[in-house]
Design a protein around this ligand. Sequence first.
Ligand SMILES: Nc1ncnc2c1ncn2[C@@H]1O[C@H](COP(=O)(O)OP(=O)(O)O)[C@@H](O)[C@H]1O
Ligand SMILES: [Mg+2]
Length: 310
Amino acid sequence: MITYKNVGMKYDNNTILHDINLTINDEELFVLVGPSGSGKTTLLRMLNQLTVPTSGDVYFADKKIKDYDVQKLRLDMGYVLQDSSLFPNLNVEDNITIQLEQKGVSKAKRHQRAAELLESVELDPKKYAKRMPDELSGGQQQRVAIIRALATSPRLVLMDESFSALDPVLRRKSQDLVLKLHRKYKTMVVFVTHDMQEALRMGQRIAILNKGEIQQVGTPHDIMQHPANDFVRQFFGVKTPHWWSMDFLVDSGVLEKIEFHDDLIKIDKFDKLVNLLKSATSVDFQYQGKGYSLTVPQLLAYFEREGGNQ
Ligand SMILES: Nc1ncnc2c1ncn2[C@@H]1O[C@H](COP(=O)(O)OP(=O)(O)O)[C@@H](O)[C@H]1O
Ligand SMILES: [Mg+2]
């Protein structure tokens, strides 16, 4: 578990973060989202001691981050930046296993681990393990950067705008990859982005930051249904209070997420909606006690019409 307790950050007289209190749970995929300059990177870098708060403390597994040995701490954390930041002079396998080497893992075991990780992202180890980073496409480099961050089976993976430089298709694929790996390994991930669609798609919970202050913490559903203030409403472009508005469901890809986000699955209206969309034919649809028989296009029109009035 990570806990920020009354964390503040000042550079000279500039206060960058104000009294941050936040808990991130083990196994959680947690998103920090906010506009550029809101303090996301500063908050994230406090986790691997690249930045030390000027007030308050950050705890990792009940111990103050500042009391950890920096090197050990970082070997226990994966870190993925915007550019894949692979070492250009090391081949793919050596890039992936550099932290394992620092931990003293044997060459044979490193080789095996690299192969296993490459296979998990559909890069054939026989073909790719010995390539240099500049012999990979941008998307392949980013996949390698992601598995490199997982190589030591770290307790925590930090991702800072990791997909911001990718084109939309690759970006979505990379998001899917992280979601898949997170389901598989259950590693705690703190994911920073300025993109609200990405935040909604990725986060089990999301913290929204503006000018160094947390505006709201909640599930995508909480935030869309109950934005805490005007900033959140505007940032997420919440036109109506309905989290299930069609635009939102389609744009954010939530429909693809429901398979593994328990909090969304439990909502019965959402289930009905999903079934409707899956069958995409005329079905009975019960809404607020009234019976409706609607096709999907009619349903879309219905939400559009009713969405603003409730
Ligand atoms: N080393 C630094 N010295 C002075 N100001 C800084 C430093 N690092 C960040 N800042 C300022 O802190 C604010 C938050 O920065 P940052 O955490 O990088 O925001 P974000 O990642 O949300 O874009 C910005 O106004 C930035 O200029
Ligand atoms: Mg940043």
